[in-house]
Design a protein around this ligand. Structure first.
Ligand SMILES: NC(=O)c1ccc[n+]([C@@H]2O[C@H](COP(=O)([O-])OP(=O)(O)OC[C@H]3O[C@@H](n4cnc5c(N)ncnc54)[C@H](O)[C@@H]3O)[C@@H](O)[C@H]2O)c1
Length: 317
């Protein structure tokens, strides 16, 4: 297949590109490098299946429409403004990139009947309501413009499925981590904790650290997205993926650094947008895609630690 990955120079996107190339598909990347890096896709250069990196913005209708003239068979839409804090400070950017950008992708896909795998997020769920494990039928309550704009994008995509019959599948991974994730504030908690540990710095935990996360390893996430793209009978569906178990952030900090004295508790910037407990129920993805996570949290942390320690370029972020 000819496949476009928007946000393909980002953390999860580059793992999707890697998987596509491994499966023998041709891949194109559209990314404006707002949070991505060419370094993330460097290893694909020279692979004849890696067709092109287009530095461009999904908010530009012209860029998106021109690129779709390539005649793709499939598009993974990952390009997004992903930072919760930034979205609370600049909601307009979250709206433009996450809603208008998705609209452009859907419109371009509609003209050619191209399947879209849309990245949603677990941040849309109402953590205080319902069962302990969060399934796709769990109530939603977006608590930041990031979550609100991602949910709006999902709704738009669903309307293209129901209204135009566009094949769309909505994937909601839980917190994803692994090699190539940034370890600055746009990054993820696992990479941040590992990098600070390697530098001998204290680990800063927001609030009392009892908030929990369900952490999904990057290649398991890419496997989930790939399976959602190729499995039959999933158009119009919403699917969750996670490890299926959670860990309090203070326990994660201790697991990474092994020293309670290195953990410092600091006030949360935006406590109103903090999610207290997140645990994924992935039974729908297991049933419909035959997917389950293969990498344990301990294994994933070690793989990430090795990558951060071994990558000189990485430490310059
Ligand atoms: N990381 C997670 O834990 C997680 C969990 C659930 C869902 N997601 C979703 O997965 C997707 C990828 O997230 P990620 O963690 O890899 O983040 P990321 O920031 O590394 O990837 C997003 C990519 O999109 C690019 N981008 C941003 N704005 C753009 C624009 N206007 N035009 C073109 N490209 C643009 C960025 O440069 C970046 O490379 C996002 O849609 C995010 O909402 C992430």
């Amino acid at each position: 297949m000819k496949v476009l990955v928007t946000g393909g120079a980002g953390f999860i996107g580059r793992w999707v590109v890697k998987r596509l190339l491994q499966e023998g598909h041709e891949a194109w990347v559209l990314d404006n490098l707002d949070n991505g890096r060419e370094f993330n896709i460097e290893e694909f250069r020279g692979n004849p299946l890696f067709r092109e990196f287009v530095k461009g913005d999904v908010v530009s209708e012209d860029t998106v429409f021109r690129l779709f003239e390539e005649g793709f068979d499939l598009c993974f839409h990952l390009a997004a403004q992903i930072n919760v804090h930034e979205s609370l400070e600049n909601p307009q950017k979250a709206y433009k990139v996450n809603v208008l950008g998705t609209y452009n992708i859907l419109e371009a896909a509609r003209k050619r009947g191209i399947k879209i795998v849309l990245l949603g997020t677990c941040m849309v769920y109402d953590p205080a309501s319902g069962d302990y494990r969060i399934s796709e039928t769990h109530p939603v309550k977006p608590a930041s413009p990031y979550a609100g704009s991602k949910l709006a994008a999902e709704n738009l995509a669903e309307s293209y499925f129901h209204g135009f019959g566009l094949p769309v599948v909505i994937c909601r991974p839980f917190n994803t981590y692994g090699p190539f994730q940034k370890s600055n504030m746009e990054g993820g908690v696992v990479s941040i904790f590992i990098e600070r540990t390697l530098k001998g710095e204290d680990l800063l935990v927001f609030g009392d650290g009892t908030q929990t996360r369900d952490l999904l390893y990057a290649e398991d996430c890419a496997d989930f997205l790939y399976k959602a793209a190729v499995a039959p009978g999933v158009d119009g569906e919403i699917l969750n993926a996670g490890l299926g178990m959670d860990i309090p952030i203070k326990d994660l900090a201790l697991k990474v650094c092994g020293d309670k004295g290195k953990i410092k508790f600091v006030p949360h910037h935006h406590p109103q947008s903090e999610i207290k407990k997140l645990v994924c129920d992935f039974s729908k993805a297991k049933k419909m895609l035959g997917w389950r996570p293969l990498v344990s949290l301990d294994e994933g942390i070690e793989l990430t630690r090795k990558w951060i320690a071994g990558s000189a370029k990485n430490s310059s972020r």
